[in-house]
Ligand binder design. Structure first.
Ligand SMILES: NC(=O)c1ccc[n+]([C@@H]2O[C@H](COP(=O)([O-])OP(=O)(O)OC[C@H]3O[C@@H](n4cnc5c(N)ncnc54)[C@H](OP(=O)(O)O)[C@@H]3O)[C@@H](O)[C@H]2O)c1
Length: 268
């Protein structure tokens, strides 16, 4: 299927690792021009070096940064067609999962919302006028199955993601008549550096379960989380859904939430 993304301009946040990196790689393979945003680059992102790729170094918890990243993208590529808000997860100094609701104070809640919600709000605010100049666009917000299925040990994170789901729907209602589609992709547990890095979630669970990281990721997590497929998702499996939503082939899809969670969420 030709996704008709050749020459389109995309801004991807959280693009140096995990889901954002897979999204960046896939958009480039489809011929899109990509502004990849993260605080630092990685060897994997550097390895994608191409005339169609720029890295924008930015800390999206700085309120000015999302608009600056949009401006940099337009300066480099002449416009903006696609915004993928991927950056998220635990902000610096915060480890997920918590032991429970009482373990997160106001500062942690604020930081969680800054990274997981307000960075996306600010990026959307800056992106929409640019998309309107081009007659439309596609925005994909990466949420989480936790936005739909609350968890006491991720309560601040899940609440921020639930707000993102609500934001997506409201934006889709307002801007669809002007050609901008807004959708959510909600991953379940996915094998990204958040889980696979040394000291990451995989190691935390391995220590609790008395196994090694690989045993935690391939056996303990799928069993404890009752993943119907029996395994965590791969970042590429999330990226493929994001890129389809970025494509004009999804022209009648807006305000939707695509849950890619290995069967974690059991409710209809
Ligand atoms: N992996 C999962 O199991 C899972 C499940 C559900 C939802 N999600 C969601 O999927 C998204 C991506 O997760 P992931 O697992 O791929 O994460 P990851 O492997 O930890 O990568 C996070 C990316 O975001 C960037 N980033 C983090 N803080 C940033 C900041 N302040 N400013 C700019 N960039 C920042 C990181 O680069 P720098 O560190 O260089 O800034 C990196 O590129 C997140 O929104 C997460 O909530 C993930």
């Amino acid at each position: 299927m030709d996704l008709a993304l050749a020459g389109r301009v995309a801004l991807v946040t959280g693009a140096s690792k995990g889901i954002g990196l897979a999204t960046t790689r896939t958009l480039l393979a489809e011929g899109a021009r990509v502004a990849a945003v993260s605080r630092k680059s990685t060897p994997e992102l550097d390895g994608l070096a191409d005339d169609n790729l720029i890295h924008v170094a930015a800390d999206l918890m700085d309120p000015e940064a999302p608009a600056q990243a949009v401006a940099r993208t337009v300066e480099a590529f002449g416009g903006l067609d696609v915004l993928v808000n991927v950056a998220g997860g635990p902000p610096p100094g915060i480890t997920l999962p918590h032991s429970g609701f009482l373990s997160a104070d106001d500062d942690e809640w604020r930081a969680m919302f800054e990274l997981n919600l307000f960075s996306a709000v600010r990026a959307v605010r800056a992106a929409i006028p640019r998309m309107l100049e081009r007659g439309g666009g596609s925005i994909i917000n990466v949420s989480s199955a936790n936005g739909r299925q609350p968890s006491p040990i991720n309560v601040d994170y899940g609440t921020a993601k639930a707000a993102m789901n609500n934001l997506t729907k409201a934006l889709s209602e307002e801007f669809a008549p002007q050609g901008i589609r807004v959708n959510t992709v909600s991953p379940g547990p996915t094998r990204t550096p958040w889980w696979t890095d040394e000291g990451g979630v995989g190691d935390m669970i391995a220590a609790q379960a008395g196994t090694d990281r690989e045993g935690a990721l391939t056996s303990v997590v799928p069993s404890a989380m009752n993943l119907t497929t029996g395994r965590m998702a791969e970042p590429q499996e999330i990226a493929d859904v994001i890129v389809l939503l970025a494509s004009p082939r999804s022209a009648s899809t807006t305000g939707a939430e695509f849950v890619v969670d290995s069967g974690l969420v059991k409710a209809v």
